[in-house]
Design a binder for this molecule. Structure first.
Ligand code: ZN
Length: 345
């Protein structure tokens, strides 16, 4: 199958159903070296025709189906409801995620099941576009999935950045957001998306980078602002302090004991923007509930209370342009040229 036309995404978004050769292990019949042979084509889903020509556009660049909903879902809804076209670039189809048998009914592969969950979340989050980059989930550091030839984390950064640059030139977002250098919790796919997004942010405005895209009809596009996601590390530090009292090791958390809370707690971040999200609690929950196979949407419980009480803002660290000492922004589109009116309440 051919690549999506570079201009199709912006002008007349075309919903492209995933093809059989992307549903399973991510292999396809493209020519190239072993790595590029294994990587599936990029697939774009246009979800909101009404915002196809929106003057303000936001690109959210993460790694897995659920990163958008378990992460800064409030920011996505906040801007979608203000008429901003919000696009999600998702690096993988979450092939290595949990797959309890009851969630696999009707699906041949974990990738197909998780993509369906993501399509539901995309609707709940009122996304304008969903773009699957075509790589395979790499799993956590040291897992055998690291060695798969299509694994996102082990692709050349330049190859991932090429796909993201194509997206940036197609969508033309003024603002791009992604993971910080730690990827939040050191997931190798998250860290890869950080590096590739940063590289694409710089490359998209340079006509000498990926000139074949320009020859195909895409225009050079220079996004104006780049932000990294942050989250309240204080809660993690509290957990690190308290867990030993309950006989738990904070260095070995999660179903596979592969999350190190001490390492996560040690990361220093300085949020320079705080987007108010308290009003979107129910919408955030609805989006998370779409990822039921990954534990999203469980009712009640301590985490629900913590989420309602503490996650009243999404914190973002501005990287481009470098933050000035002018207090904390409340709008990622603050100062954006080309009409910021639609982005502010
Ligand atoms: Zn993830």
């Amino acid at each position: 199958m051919s690549q999506p036309s570079p201009t199709a995404i912006e002008r007349k978004p075309v919903v492209r159903a995933s093809t059989g050769n992307t549903a399973g292990d991510g292999r396809n019949e493209d020519r190239g070296d072993a790595r590029s042979v294994a990587v599936a084509p990029m697939v774009s889903h246009a979800l909101r025709e009404d915002l196809a020509d929106a003057p303000l556009r936001l690109l959210v660049s993460f790694a897995h189906p659920d990163d958008e909903s378990f992460g800064p879902a409030g920011t996505i809804i906040h801007y979608a409801r203000r008429g901003v076209a919000v696009h999600y670039a998702c690096g993988t189809r979450g092939e290595v995620g949990e797959a309890p048998a009851e969630f696999m009914v009707g699906y041949d592969t974990v990738a197909a099941m998780r993509t369906a969950e993501l399509m539901g979340a995309a609707e709940a989050l009122e996304l304008t576009g969903l773009h699957m980059l075509g790589y395979r989930d790499s799993g956590m550091e040291g897992s055998p999935d690291n060695a798969h030839p299509a694994a996102l984390a082990f692709a050349p950064v330049d190859a991932v950045a090429e796909r993201l640059t194509r997206l940036i030139r197609s969508i033309q977002p003024q603002v791009v957001v992604t993971f910080d250098p730690s990827g939040g919790y050191f997931h190798p796919d998250h860290i890869q998306m950080h590096h590739a997004t940063k590289a694409a942010f710089e490359a998209a405005g340079d006509p000498l980078r990926y000139p074949e895209q320009i020859a195909e009809g895409l225009s050079v596009w220079r996004p104006q602002k780049l932000y990294y996601a942050t989250f309240p590390r204080g809660l993690v530090r509290l957990a690190v302090m308290l867990m030993p009292w309950f006989g738990k090791d904070p260095s070995r958390v999660g179903a596979n004991e592969d999350i190190d809370l001490r390492r996560i707690a040690a990361v220093r971040q300085t949020p320079t923007a705080r987007v108010p999200v308290a009003a979107y609690y129910d919408a955030r929950r609805a989006a998370a509930a779409c990822h039921a196979s990954q534990g999203g949407g469980r009712r009640g419980g301590l985490m629900s209370l913590v989420s309602r009480l503490f996650f009243r803002h999404d914190g973002w660290e501005r990287v481009v342009p470098p933050p000035a000492n002018r207090g904390v922004e409340r709008d990622l589109f603050d100062g954006v040229l080309g009409g910021r009116g639609a982005a502010t309440s």
